[in-house]
Design a protein around this ligand. Structure first.
Ligand SMILES: Nc1ncnc2c1ncn2[C@@H]1O[C@H](COP(=O)(O)OP(=O)(O)OP(=O)(O)O)[C@@H](O)[C@H]1O
Ligand SMILES: [Mg+2]
Length: 315
């Protein structure tokens, strides 16, 4: 569905040049949900705008939905749906009219039925007469997605689909996105800041930072490959933290050990197996433990391992 090589975009502004995207390779298969994760300014929207023909790449090539990005941009546009960050509806226009206009633009056959079916699927029934500006955030986002789907594209681009929504509406929207793939085999390429969203929704993730892809894989692979397990130790006495770190760092299973206040945070290969010998090493160093927890790494741990900063700090 997408095969991009060396995609790059530089912006020239009054204050100099910004290398927003610096050579991105990516591939999305039919029916796949791929997430593009990264902090503010990482280059997510710029990449999406290039792939959807809204912005010309400075360098690189891409085939999108079977059409060449540079050679056949109109072909690309006919075969994709794009939901922009922040949406694109006119607040004064009723939802049903927006949908009808979109269907006419694409020459959708049987557009009345198509719109009715989409409204049923995206929980928009009964809202057709309401101006988009009067809809709730979640309703408006569902309308944005319906607009992107009117012409039955096999590939849908979603830029930050759930930013600003409450947890309930986010969960609802996730269900709708999953249903797209299950019922129609639609491939989805979405950007997000949210680790939980990437984790819950995506088959595969690309992590972008500073215009470059810094890690790639399924959520489980990324967590396994990059971060190991996370072991958090709280010590009876804060003065034990540094001796504990020193005692545990040389352990063969420990990849990384950092002091955090009155505790130590360890990244450990195969945490459950290593646990007993780590506790013995602490004992041997005479450090008293107050509590301990072993957790699977989150995608934030992955991001931290790859870039040296937390996704939250980076944003
Ligand atoms: N039209 C433009 N002119 C100049 N600089 C731009 C332009 N568009 C984007 N940039 C810059 O390119 C970089 C990447 O921006 P982009 O919008 O792609 O980031 P993003 O990953 O989508 O971030 P966010 O999570 O905040 O949406 C930023 O430094 C941004 O300021
Ligand atoms: Mg963006």
């Amino acid at each position: 569905m997408i095969d991009a090589r060396g995609l790059a975009r530089t912006f020239t502004t009054g204050h100099g040049t910004v290398e927003a995207v610096r050579g991105v390779d990516l591939a999305v298969a039919p029916g796949e949900i791929v997430g593009f994760l990264g902090p503010n300014g990482a280059g997510k929207t710029t990449t999406l705008r290039m792939l959807t023909t809204l912005l010309a790449p400075t360098a690189g090539t891409a085939a999108v939905a079977g059409c060449d990005l540079r050679g056949d941009p109109a072909g690309v546009r006919r075969r994709i749906g794009y939901v922009a960050q922040g949406g694109g509806t006119d607040p004064a226009v009723p939802a049903g009219e927006e949908l009808d206009l979109q269907a006419r633009l694409y020459g959708v056959p049987g557009r009345g039925e198509r719109i009715a079916a989409l409204c049923a699927r995206l929980n928009l029934r009964g809202l057709e007469a309401r101006p988009a500006g009067s809809l709730s955030g979640g309703q408006r986002r569902r309308l944005d997605i319906a607009l992107g789907l009117v012409h039955r594209p096999p590939l849908l681009f979603l830029d930050e689909p759930t930013t600003g929504l409450d947890p309930q509406s986010r969960g609802d929207l996730w269900d709708h996105i999953r249903a797209l793939r299950e019922q129609d085999g639609t491939a989805v390429f979405l950007t997000t800041h949210y680790l939980d969203e990437a984790d819950a929704l995506c088959d595969r993730l690309l992590i972008i930072d500073g215009g470059r892809i810094v890690a790639e894989g399924t959520p489980a692979e990324l967590k396994r490959r990059v971060a190991g397990d996370v072991l958090t130790l709280e010590l009876a006495d804060a003065s034990g933290a540094e001796p504990a770190r020193r005692a545990l760092s040389p352990h063969p299973a420990v990849r990384e050990a950092t002091v955090t206040g009155r505790g130590v945070r360890l990244t450990v290969e195969d945490g459950e197996k290593a646990l007993m010998s780590l506790i013995r090493a602490l004992d041997g160093a005479g450090v008293e433990l107050a509590s301990l927890s072993l957790s699977r790494p989150t995608l934030d741990d992955v991001f931290r391992t790859v870039t040296g900063r937390s996704l939250r700090d980076a944003a």
